[in-house]
Design a protein around this ligand. Sequence first.
Ligand SMILES: [Zn+2]
Ligand SMILES: [Zn+2]
Length: 391
Amino acid sequence: MADADVAPTKKQCIGVDCPNKAGSLQCPTCLKLGKESSFCSQDCFKRSWSEHKVVHKTASTALYNPFPTFPFTGSLRPIYPLSPRKPVPESVPHPNYAKDGDPKYKSVGRNTITILDKKQIEGMRKVCRLSREVLDIAAREVKPGVTTDHIDEVVHNACIERNAYPSPLNYVKFPKSVCTSVNEVICHGIPDKRMLLEGDIINLDVSLYHEGFHGDLNETYYVGAKALADRDSVRVVETARECLNDAIKLVKPGMAFKDPGTVIEKHAKSRGCSVIKTYCGHGVNSLFHCAPNVPHYAKNKAVGIAKPGMTFTIEPMISLGTYKDKTWPDDWTSVTQDGTRTAQFEHTLLVTEGGVEVLTARMADSPGGPVEMPPEVKTDGEGAGKAADSK
Ligand SMILES: [Zn+2]
Ligand SMILES: [Zn+2]
């Protein structure tokens, strides 16, 4: 080629006011960020550091809101770019939708509820125990300053270590391995570059596919002491937790799948909260989502009666304000229409001869768990002064 023998022009050192040509020394932080910045010498690099490092901030905060004109209902915003899709090794068995995102549900008997045999029940026990382990590992990462993308990475790796596929990944094209739903997000939040903030609440919804079966559970966690001190956050989180526990007490052979909604809505209302109607509990076994449909609101028309060997979830979503939801333009993130906070808890349940087995039950060392309502903070100066002075 014609210009192959022309010597490349030597670059200028980018050190502050430096007249020299650049040497081979590159800023290591810039290299990591995929940028090139050459200095003439170590001394010049040191001398220019305080001005140069500003470049790193602009590079690493090249984050953006992908839907700048969307009328968001609360203060939460998506923070992109999303990290690239994480691969799952071929050695880990994949569910049928892993490649094209299509769960290919057969239309046969939309209302036919599968009854599992002994061996299948053992399969469900195992995947649900693994799912609990992964949720607990993820929950230990919840703290201010951690991104939801980091939590996704932790979940993804913990699944693979267990020879399990993270069920949400590419399910109807969901881009990540876990749902992370912060504050006003009801469910299906997509892990992104947003850092958790002191005072947030976050739901982690973990599902694994292992040896032919799916396990599915979620919990809501408090981010930092500020969240634990916020009475509204504690009210909605603890109400959601109690709603699930109350509903589980009903489960036994003969229970109608329309019944849990009645006790859930009654308890939510008693705490001044409302029940999200758009998303329901579901059958879960060799299919991620199947019959029965288990609504969480009263006066629903769900069909079917619980029988031993059925496995399904109950997963009430409880809001401080409206029950009405709205979906972000990412086609997944569901938020309350009034921007108020929501909380959710979910277990996978097995109907037994005598009642119910909670397949995703908490372990002795599981993070999270119920908390007490914090005391009311007096806002008037005198009251606050008195409280501080008292022995
Ligand atoms: Zn779930
Ligand atoms: Zn579920």
